[in-house]
Design a protein around this ligand. Structure first.
Ligand SMILES: Cc1ncc(COP(=O)(O)O)c(C=O)c1O
Length: 402
């Protein structure tokens, strides 16, 4: 019997991420990469973390920092998050918060909690690839979430067939991969749909703090709480992360939800990894408490200038027929090439001829459509590099489609 024949059926659905495979190629000299959606390491609050880790390892704290801990997460960090979420219009207590190892773990746990094989997850078309992969292990079907109100609850339910619709997943602020924001009306419409279908809403707030223009729109969980009074009556589950603001390497994220959801997720966490690393949570709490509020404006200025540079360079260099999004925040701009163009072929040619990397958009579509799309990230390159990279992209595009 072959090794693979022993694997569970879910294993056959797991595939290597196109993005991670690609990142392996990027160490060559002269490459400009708009591929990975990662923060610029020059912007990490390094001194603050050095200090925080040192404090956590002093005699007063090190027994706790190095010991097993509770699955819910480090108390003072959860308390900081209670205040932080209040600043975003969400009124919750520490009992509504679970600390996770990044928001990626939150997505895995939520897939585990909600999805039986054959159930339906409603997602954007395109949507965050890591969410597709996390949910896919639980063998669901994916259906397209329409945020324009054009599809009613009955149609979603009918399409779900034998299984049922369990949740809608979306990243309403500056989504990965499109950079787009869901407006207030569409957020309210989604809550109506969720009530009609009696499903959960998974709100991924990974990029929420990184807004460069325009007014903040309340999180979906805040809007639902306004309707229903208490977080305990809410079906929305908010996933947060320090990865895009403080550090992705420490793997600290969180979930905010009604207590029955958190209590069940705690059981899942106990079975999976007991708890997220205490030392990282303690350091994150200290850095968040002392510098989160001053760090964010700096990130907004820096990334905002990079977004502006990329938008201007696209105006200057893109041939006719290429369209792109104008995100108000986050890390991504999404390109749509003329029908029939292929983002993957473009990448191969671009790496070969002008040493430019980006991510072909198809991987972000659960049905493998979207061949003529491309994701560009502006977060990890300075403005001069962005201008040079987009000029290179213009060069290859003109030979491919011009
Ligand atoms: C939309 C979105 N959600 C979640 C994540 C996972 O981030 P982390 O696990 O580092 O919090 C990412 C990472 O790129 C993302 O883009």
């Amino acid at each position: 019997m072959s090794t693979q024949a022993l694997f569970a059926t879910r294993a056959s659905r797991m595939k290597a991420s196109e993005i991670r495979e690609l990142l392996k190629l990027l160490d060559q000299p002269g490459i400009i990469s708009f591929a990975g959606g990662i923060p610029d390491p020059a912007l990490f609050p390094k001194e603050e973390f050095a200090q925080a880790f040192q404090t956590a390892m002093t005699a007063d704290h090190s027994d706790r920092a190095l010991q097993y801990s509770v699955s819910e997460g480090y108390g003072p960090l959860r308390e900081w998050l209670v205040d932080h979420m209040r600043g975003n219009g969400i009124d919750c207590g520490a009992e509504n918060i679970l600390i996770t190892s990044g928001s990626q773990q939150a997505l895995d746990y939520l897939g585990k909690l909600y999805l039986s094989p054959g159930d339906t997850a409603l997602v954007g078309w395109p949507t965050y690839l890591g969410a597709i992969n996390a949910f896919d292990a639980y063998e669901p079907r994916f259906d397209r979430l329409h945020l324009n109100g054009n599809q009613g609850a009955a149609e979603y339910a009918a399409a779900a067939g034998e299984g049922r619709v369990k949740f809608a997943y979306l990243s309403p602020d500056f989504a990965n991969p499109t950079g787009e924001t869901v407006d207030l009306r569409a957020r309210e419409g989604l809550l109506d749909l969720a009530d009609a279908l009696d499903i959960a809403v998974i709100e991924d707030g990974a990029y929420q703090a990184l807004r460069y223009e325009g007014d903040a729109i309340p999180p979906i969980l805040a809007l639902e709480q306004k309707r229903k009074g208490s977080i305990e009556a809410c079906r929305t589950i908010y996933c947060g992360s320090f990865s895009k603001t403080l550090s992705p390497g420490l793997r600290v994220g969180w979930i905010v939800a009604a207590q029955p959801v958190i209590q069940q997720l705690v059981l899942i966490k106990q079975a999976a990894d007991l708890h997220s690393p205490t030392l990282n949570q303690m350091a994150t709490e200290q850095v968040a408490r002392t510098c989160f509020d001053s760090h964010i404006p700096m990130l907004r200025r820096t990334y905002g200038a990079r977004r502006n540079a990329m938008l201007q360079a696209l105006e200057d260099h893109m041939p006719d027929g290429v369209e792109w999004t104008r995100p108000e925040g986050g890390m991504f701009i999404w390109l749509t090439l003329p029908e029939g163009a292929d983002g993957a072929a473009l990448l191969a040619r671009s790496l070969e001829t002008v040493k430019l990397a980006f991510v072909p958009g198809r991987a972000f579509f659960p049905d493998g459509s979207g061949a003529n799309t491309v994701r560009l990230s502006f977060s990890n390159s300075d403005e001069a590099t962005i201008r040079e990279g987009i000029a290179r992209l213009g060069q290859v595009l003109k030979t491919q489609i011009g």
